[in-house]
Design a protein around this ligand. Structure first.
Ligand SMILES: [Fe+2]
Ligand SMILES: [Fe+2]
Length: 266
């Protein structure tokens, strides 16, 4: 829920009323304002907050001016942490990575090599930033001393990251030979989905219990910095290569064709 506070200058639309609440300034959370304005279709109206109308009615108030008040001190810090919660950020990124996978699966069905070259490049960058940098360089070092078996748990997760990146790299190399390696990408999808499930449902749950407010702030801050400094590897032009085995096969076909044409009268 948003913690922004609003200051709203209003005027009561009940023209015949002579109570001294006919106009004034109200201040409340944006979420409360959202509820009050949902009572009317007109975006300039909101229902008067309970007990505010001196005559005890619930009146349509018309907005004259809205000022968004900046949160201060501890409230601002809390809001920042709420919006940048490190575990929430990583879980959200898992969803984004899975979305790229949906695209990849559709491209595989269409056998669209060019599109796969781009989407797997995006996936490699996303995994590098998420797993290689945010998890391995920020989250895991912070976990070492506070999580039971932190060292061995993170070692297992790192190993899974290596395996996933290696499968992705092999898949991309094959694309340059105009080959789509279904078995490799299937293994990768299975590994990555299993990895994400493990992190979401087991590892992050344990981590979340160990983090106090200061650690959360430090990790969130570290992740923000690493993301700001992150420069994705530029995408390269696909270098089409001939697979040697396939090339030899093609040579045989050409030789056979030449042989069959030798007896031709033309
Ligand atoms: Fe992850
Ligand atoms: Fe991971």
């Amino acid at each position: 829920m948003s913690k922004h506070k609003l200051e709203i200058k209003y005027r009561c639309t009940q023209g015949t009323c002579c109570a001294n609440c006919r106009e004034g300034v109200l201040a409340f959370d944006e979420a409360v304002y959202d509820e009050l304005k949902a009572a009317y279709d007109d975006p300039e109206l909101f229902r008067s907050p309970k007990g505010y109308c001196k005559l005890g009615f619930s009146r349509p108030f018309k907005v004259r001016e809205i000022v968004r008040l900046a949160p201060d001190g501890a409230e601002a810090e809390e809001q920042w942490l709420d919006e940048n919660d490190p575990i929430g950020t990583l879980i959200l990124e898992h969803k984004q990575i899975l979305k790229i996978f949906d695209e990849i699966e559709a491209q595989i069905k269409r056998r669209d090599i060019k599109a796969l070259w781009v989407s797997t490049y995006e996936l490699a960058n996303a995994i590098h930033l998420h797993s290689g940098l945010k998890e391995e360089e920020v989250l895991f070092p912070a976990m070492r001393d506070v999580l039971a078996f932190g060292e061995s748990l993170t070692a297992i997760i790192k190993e899974e990251h290596r395996e996933i990146m290696s499968l992705l790299s092999n898949f991309r190399s094959a694309l340059e030979e105009e080959t789509i390696l279904d078995s490799i990408i299937t293994s990768m999808i299975v590994s990555l989905k299993g990895h994400i499930r493990k992190e979401n449902q087991e590892f992050f749950e344990m981590v979340d219990k160990c983090l106090d407010r200061n650690m959360r702030m430090e990790i969130a801050d570290g992740m923000k910095k690493i993301e700001a400094e992150f420069k994705p590897t530029p995408i390269t032009v696909m270098q089409r290569r001939v697979n040697e085995e396939r090339g030899a096969f093609d040579d045989e076909i050409i030789a056979l064709r030449e042989l069959t044409h030798q007896g031709c009268c033309h």
